[in-house]
Design a protein around this ligand. Sequence first.
Ligand code: C2E
Ligand code: MG
Ligand code: MG
Length: 645
Amino acid sequence: MVADHHATHTELPAWRSVVAAMPVPAALVDRNGVMVAANRWIEVEPGQALVRPLAEAVSKGLVFGADGTTRWRVRPVDPDAGVFLATTEREDTGDHLIRRFYSTGDSLFVVYDQSGHVIESNQAWEKLLGYSHDEVFGLDSWTLLPPDDVRTRVEVEQSLRTRGRAEPTFHMRRADGTYRLVRWALHFDTAVGRCFGIGRDVTEEHRLAAELHRRATTDELTGLANRATFLEALSAALEEGHDPAVLFLDLDHFKVINDSLGHAAGDELLAALGARLNALAVSADSVCARQGGDEFVVLLADGSEERAIAAAEETLEALTLPFRIADRSLRLHMSIGISYATADHRDPDRILGEADTAAYEAKRQGRGRYVVFDRELRAAVDRRFEVEAALRRALDGDELEVHLQPIVRLPGGGVVGAEALVRWRTGRELLGPGAFLDVAEEAGLMPDLGRLVVDRAIEAGSELRRRGRPMYVTVNLTAAELVEPDVVDVIARSLARWELPARDLVVEITESTVISADRVLPTLHELRALGVRIALDDFGTGFSSLAHLRELPIDVVKIDRSFVWDLVDDEVTRAMTGSLLHLCDAMGLDVVCEGIETTDQAAVVERLGGTLGQGFLFHRPMPIDELLALVTRPTGSRVHDTSLH
Ligand code: C2E
Ligand code: MG
Ligand code: MG
């Protein structure tokens, strides 16, 4: 330990030579009183105890040696490195020797009297602070402290009075008016009534330490606190007995911005966003940090639910103003999750994790909003995890079934096609897609699920054809499934395997599916090139753009059931549906009216010129065997008809 310190201490060789030159027994000892170097007057070997005990030695300045008889005077040389000077207490050691000893090296050496006036100093004062020996002599050393430093003197004097020593670090004014930070080891020698000190310039050391600290605690890009600092502040707030609240802010669609404008613009945007968020978190107890990527966190050290909600609303409000980046005006949206500590809920990681989960939930609910993490959400999250795990197992086993709902000709009700709808048989329950599709979507299971449904649907189509009742089958595909690079291949292979003509397969998509990913449109064209037909599902909800009817590669439009349900009572809906049917007819598109439940609805659809319908009035979704039985029943059999007309 001692050896290490000595090896790194640059001033030690100088002290060694001074010790060697002293005309009296003198030695350097470590903080345990063990001899490190000594002059020829001392017979003790290096490594052996010379004086004891050192703590006492330094405070008293005078102790008996390890041999129990010799009296040593001990002074700190470099307390940081644990080096002390021990000389025998003899009159002729003289202050001049001590001064000579301390005149070397870069450390400040001072002896001052009880009133604080300097009696002795070394050359380092000139080197480090720019004062000549004469200027320092008689100086009240306290006058060199910054005017606003009122505490140091009080503390030092108190420590010297009670402990006989002090180790303060304070700024000292140089002759040129600038300041240096000096760490002092002072001890008050009661025997002579003087204070004896050695000081070391630690300005650079501190600057470096501060810079290291800054780097370790802040996020380079935004200058905000980083995740580690944030967690520390959160833990501190919890330990101090506050009930902190955490806001987790997740930027919506940042990837799109990054991909389209480039990373430099993305960085610039994050920095601008960080500055705006930081400006919001101005109260004394709040901390705004960048969690990483496009995620930010805000801590309200004392945050009630109301306060957190107010902060979330304020943040969403602040984002309504656009950002100006790369010559563009960008409007950002964030999803915000809120979580807060309660008396029995005080784990910082968990609080942060829950805020994250709540933000995710906000995103799920449609972005640009906030969600508070509560018991309900915890239950929902737990349930979602359970469902996800069970769904993975279901995909491997045979719990997933494909039911088919007939599409019928109007009037008459002859079955012309069937929509494949996924079902999940868990125990005795048969779950509809509403219970698990969003989980599948989030867990990235849609491509697997899609492959399964497509293959079963095509198999069913092939079976119907084999049994003499060919009809088309439709499958619903989402963006997640349509962006799979091999989706067209998978469908083509399945068609080939079951020997179903591509014409008998219809892929149902929604307008939002096409809009959500660039890759969807080319895929639709490829599918159409194969001969597969495309249906625009749920028309009348969402975008309902007539332009889409013209621009998208579609063959069929399915009018949403919400439209159909209004037909009977609402004249406007009736008029619109009538026009839509005409328009589609003129464009050569087939139209299926979905969700027909009553004969009245069917009658209106027919009156408006609708020729195809689907709904509980005609048939509910059913397993393939039931459909086969239905369409091959002698009475149920109709004229062979595979076209939509
Ligand atoms: P969708 O494509 O619009 O399918 C029609 C939905 O309406 C089906 O619900 C069907 O059972 C229901 N429906 C049919 N006729 C009536 C009616 O007269 N009254 C009422 N109230 N409902 C009727 P389901 O099976 O629950 O499916 C819901 C949605 O889930 C589907 O809407 C579709 O978007 C999606 N979906 C179903 N199966 C799959 C699948 O295998 N893959 C994908 N990606 N999505 C699927
Ligand atoms: Mg559909
Ligand atoms: Mg639909």
